[in-house]
Design a protein around this ligand. Structure first.
Ligand code: ATP
Ligand code: MG
Length: 478
C-alpha cells in the first residue's frame, strides 16, 4: 500500500521496523495513522501493534534514537509510549501495544485480555476504518492488511464496526460516541446496522465514565461542523442520556397562530456559524449553551406570543451546573462561558438608533477583553432564512462595532477599572464581602461610565460616601 509518508515519518517508522527485526517480532502500523494517511489528513502520532511484547519493542526502538526518548509504560495493559522530539519543537508520539484478544463481561468495562494475533487485535478495534494495518516487517513491508474491507469503507465514507455492532458496542459503549465523533470529524455516514445498534444500545452509555464521554463531546464541538454530531446524538437517543437539557430545546409550539422557532436546531445553526468564525472550544460551548434556559423561561403572553424573558440570566446560572455534570473545567473557562451566555443579548439592544455613549461604554466595560468573542457569538446567533434580514442584522452589528471602536478610542473603557475597587470599599466601610459592597461597586462604576462624576479617586470617594450614607453605612474612621 502506497501511503504518503513524510521524510520524518519514514525516519521514525524505519527505526521501529529495525527494532522489530532485531527482536524478530511481527510489527504493524494500525489505527488512526493508517486511516489518516490514506485520507490525506495530517498525523502527529502513530499506533504500533506487534505479535509479542509491546513494551520490549518500545524499549528497543527508543534506544535507536539519539538522544533516546523517555519511555512510559503500563505493565498491566502491555502498552508503552515514547515521545520523539523532532526538529523545530515538533513531537511525534508512538504508542506500542502487544496484539491481544479481548473478551468482555456484560457488566464490566474491564475486558479479560490475553495475547493474540494481529487478526485478533484488529477484531477488537472499534471501526473497520480504524482496523487497517500496514506491515513494518521485512518480508512484506508496506503491505496493507485489511480483513474487514476498511479501505472500501474509507472510499465510501462509511463508519462500520468490524464485528456485529451490538457486540462491539456492548463490549465498550464509548464506541457509540466515537462512531458519532468520527462521522462528524470526517464527514462520514454511519452504516445503517451500526446506527441502529447505537439506537438499541444507547442506554449502555451509562457505564462509561463522564470524562471519556466528555472527551468525545469536546471533539464533536471542536470539529468543523459540530451540528452533524449533535443531530446524531439526538437521533440515536444518546443526547437524552448525556445532556438532557439540550434535548429540552427540541420542538416548536404553536398557540393562537403564534409559533416559536425550534431552539435545538437554532442552537446547532448558531454553533455551526460560530465554528466557521472561531476554533475557540469555549466560545463554541457558549454557542451550545446560549439559549439553554429558553425552555425554563418560556411563556405565552396573550395577544403577543411566546417570550423567553430572562433566559440569558437563568442560562448563565445553569452553566456551572452543566459544567459540573459534564466534568468540564470549573475555572475561568466556565466563567467565560457563563459571561457569554449572560451577555449574549446585550449587543442586540444597542442596534437601535440613538444609543448613548454611556450605553456603549457599559457594554465595553462589561465585556472587557471578551468583547470580540461576544460580537462573534451575536453574529453567529443570526439564523434567519431571509437573506435581506441577515444582511440588515449584520449591518446593525457592524454599526455597534463601529460605535464601540470610536468610544473605546476616546475613553479606553475595555481595560479600565474604577479608581476604588471592592477591596477598598470593604476596607473603607468595614464591610465583609456582602451585597452592599456589590451595590456600591456597581453604583460607582455606573456613575463614572454615565459621566455623572469624573474618573478620579477624590470624586469616587465623595460619591461612595454619599451613596453609602443613603444606605445607612458610615466610613469606618469618621
Ligand atoms: P484520533 O487520535 O484522531 O482521535 P484514532 O483513531 O487515532 O483517532 P485513538 O483514540 O487515538 O483514535 O485510538 C487509536 C486506535 O485505537 C483507533 O484507531 C482504534 O483502532 C483503537 N481504539 C481506540 N479506542 C478504541 C475503543 N474504545 N474501542 C476499540 N478500539 C479503539
Ligand atoms: Mg490517535
Amino acid at each position: 500500500m502506497e501511503i504518503n509518508c513524510t521524510e520524518k515519518d519514514l525516519l521514525i517508522l524505519n527505526k521501529v521496523a529495525t527494532a522489530a527485526e532485531v527482536l524478530g517480532v511481527e510489527t504493524y502500523l494500525i489505527g488512526g495513522f493508517v486511516r489518516d494517511k490514506i485520507l490525506g489528513r495530517s498525523t502527529k502520532d502513530a499506533d504500533i501493534v506487534c505479535a509479542g511484547d509491546g513494551i520490549e519493542l518500545a524499549r528497543t526502538a527508543a534506544k535507536l534514537f539519539d538522544p533516546a526518548p523517555h519511555m512510559n509504560y503500563f505493565k498491566n495493559f502491555g502498552t508503552a509510549h515514547i515521545k520523539v522530539n523532532l526538529s523545530g519543537n515538533e513531537v511525534f508520539d508512538l504508542e506500542f501495544v502487544g496484539a491481544r484478544k479481548e473478551s468482555y463481561n456484560f457488566n464490566s468495562r474491564k475486558p479479560a485480555v490475553e495475547p493474540g494475533t494481529l487478526e485478533d487485535d484488529q477484531k477488537r478495534r472499534d471501526f473497520t476504518i480504524n482496523a487497517l494495518a500496514i506491515s513494518l516487517n521485512k518480508t512484506d513491508h508496506g503491505k496493507l492488511i485489511d480483513p474487514f474491507d476498511g479501505l472500501k469503507d474509507l472510499e465510501n465514507k462509511i463508519i462500520r464496526t468490524p464485528l456485529d455492532p451490538l457486540q462491539t458496542f456492548s463490549d465498550d459503549p464509548l464506541r457509540m460516541m466515537r462512531a458519532i465523533r468520527f462521522a462528524t470529524q470526517l464527514g462520514f455516514t454511519i452504516e445503517e446496522r451500526t446506527l441502529q445498534a447505537i439506537k438499541d444500545d444507547a442506554h449502555r452509555i451509562n457505564i462509561i465514565s463522564q470524562e471519556r464521554i466528555t472527551d468525545e463531546l469536546n471533539k464533536i464541538v471542536a470539529s468543523s461542523k459540530p451540528s452533524v454530531g449533535f443531530d446524531l446524538l439526538y437521533k440515536t437517543g444518546l443526547l437524552q442520556i448525556i445532556f438532557p437539557q439540550m434535548v429540552e430545546l427540541v420542538g416548536a409550539e404553536y398557540k393562537e397562530g403564534h409559533g416559536h422557532k425550534d431552539n435545538f436546531y437554532h442552537t446547532l445553526q448558531v454553533l455551526d456559524n460560530l465554528s466557521q468564525a472561531s476554533d475557540d472550544l469555549w466560545l463554541r460551548w457558549s454557542a451550545v449553551l446560549h439559549d439553554i434556559a429558553k425552555p425554563a423561561t418560556k411563556k405565552f403572553e396573550d395577544g403577543h406570543g411566546w417570550t423567553f424573558h430572562g433566559h440569558e440570566v437563568v442560562g448563565g446560572r445553569m452553566v456551572p451546573k452543566i459544567f459540573g455534570k459534564l466534568k468540564l473545567p470549573q475555572n475561568e473557562k466556565m466563567r467565560f462561558v457563563r459571561k457569554m451566555v449572560e451577555m449574549h443579548l446585550r449587543p442586540i439592544s444597542l442596534t437601535k438608533e440613538n444609543i448613548t455613549d454611556s450605553a456603549i461604554r457599559r457594554l465595553l466595560f462589561d465585556a472587557g477583553e471578551d468583547f470580540e468573542s461576544l460580537m462573534m457569538l451575536c453574529e453567529a446567533d443570526i439564523t434567519s432564512k431571509n437573506k435581506q434580514k441577515v444582511k440588515r442584522y449584520l449591518e446593525n452589528f457592524q454599526f455597534v462595532r463601529q460605535r464601540c471602536k470610536e468610544v473605546e478610542e476616546n475613553d479606553h473603557v475595555r481595560n479600565w477599572q474604577p479608581p476604588i475597587d471592592g477591596e477598598k470599599i470593604m476596607e473603607l466601610f468595614g464591610l465583609p464581602p456582602s451585597k452592599p459592597v456589590g451595590i456600591l461597586k456597581n453604583a460607582l462604576k455606573d456613575a463614572i461610565l454615565d459621566g455623572d462624576i469624573p474618573n478620579s479617586y477624590a470624586a469616587a470617594y465623595d460619591f461612595l460616601l454619599s451613596k453609602a450614607g443613603e444606605m445607612g453605612l458610615k466610613p469606618i474612621n469618621s
